[in-house]
Write a protein that binds this ligand. Structure first.
Ligand SMILES: Cc1cc2nc3c(=O)[nH]c(=O)nc-3n(C[C@H](O)[C@H](O)[C@H](O)COP(=O)(O)OP(=O)(O)OC[C@H]3O[C@@H](n4cnc5c(N)ncnc54)[C@H](O)[C@@H]3O)c2cc1C
Length: 295
């Protein structure tokens, strides 16, 4: 297999995922590729498919816990696929564009709509997959369509209604489809107002989230009628730690890596939170973070 893939000079073998995950944890992926254009991405996907290699497509790895034994198969990171276009107030972004870059582009051309999601540290592909959102705006509010590649390397366009958006999930969740692009309908606005709003949202984020430590953001989805962070805090778990992993004292919805945590440490805290919160409040917390890799 290695011989077949050696022609792709952007592939690394036995590559630690801790170099790429926002958590800075996770064992090695058998192969890891960061293609620079869609043609190379398609060519690689085709070779991997022909050779029946399990394949995982990620963006910035900001919503992942990769287990410590790593990933058997190939990981493709999209974050070098960086195209941006605009027409009739619709921005179309390649899957690897970061939300920060997309928001900065919208600001430059005086289009409003991305401000509230500008601080989400992932890519467009990851955001659409997750229906990411913050401060009252989710992908479902601004997206009008996306384009994806199916298992036979055919490209399809999916209109907004067909995205089956829900709480941190979409049509793409648990599929093997690769999101290539997404289009967002924005509204012309005064650049100064856009900038001011972005600054305010960034301030809110900084004051309420432990951004100085590696994390995956909120670990759990928001349960109906509750806030996960408040339940965890009320259960007395704030500050609880296992080795280098800790329930943040700033925001109990975050588990942070204080330096030398493993994925196992983080996962053991997730299990503990689920058990304690269920026993106390009969609320079943569902992880928002994607947990991947060999047990
Ligand atoms: C400090 C911090 C703050 C955060 N704040 C927020 C927040 O406010 N709101 C929020 O919703 N999230 C937040 N997150 C979580 C995370 O940033 C989002 O879920 C983000 O959308 C994930 O994007 P990503 O590119 O990193 O995806 P990844 O973590 O790389 O992947 C997530 C999932 O998307 C899939 N995926 C990624 N790209 C593609 C593609 N092109 N095609 C098919 N599937 C794909 C992956 O297979 C995986 O299942 C935060 C995370 C951190 C670390």
């Amino acid at each position: 297999m290695k011989a077949i893939l050696e022609k792709f000079d952007f592939i690394k073998f036995n590559e630690p995922m801790s170099n790429y995950t926002a958590y800075k944890t996770g064992g090695p992926a058998d192969m890891l590729a960061i293609p620079e254009d869609t043609a190379s991405l398609k060519e690689l996907l085709l070779v991997l498919k022909k050779n029946q290699v399990p394949t995982y497509v990620f963006g910035n790895c900001t919503n992942l816990i990769v287990r410590d034994k790593g990933i058997r198969g190939a990981v493709i990171l999209t974050n070098k696929l960086n195209g941006l276009e605009v027409k009739d107030n619709i921005i179309t972004a390649s899957c690897g564009v970061s939300m920060a870059k997309l928001a900065a582009f919208a600001y430059e051309i005086a289009l409003s709509g991305m401000e509230a999601v500008s601080g989400i540290p992932g890519t467009v592909g990851g955001a659409v997959y997750m229906n990411a959102g913050s401060y009252g705006t989710s992908m479902e509010d601004i997206l009008i369509s996306s384009e994806y590649l199916d298992q036979d390397m055919q490209i399809h366009t999916l209109t907004k209604e067909k995205h089956e958006f829900g709480c941190r999930k979409s049509f793409y969740t648990d599929s093997n489809l690769v999101i290539l692009k997404a289009s967002f309908k924005l509204t012309p606005a005064d650049k100064n107002n856009i900038k001011q709003d972005m600054i305010e949202y960034a301030k809110k984020r900084k004051s309420s989230q432990p951004l100085e430590y590696p994390s995956c953001g909120s670990v759990f989805k928001r349960p109906v009628g509750y806030y996960a962070g408040k339940l965890i805090e009320d259960a007395g778990l704030k500050g609880y730690s296992v080795n280098g992993a800790e329930i943040s004292t700033k925001h109990a919805g975050f588990i942070i890596n204080k330096g030398n945590a493993t994925s196992k440490d983080i996962l053991s805290i997730i299990d503990l939170i689920k058990t304690v919160v269920y026993n106390k409040y009969k609320v079943d917390l569902e992880p928002e973070v994607r947990i991947i890799g060999e047990e």
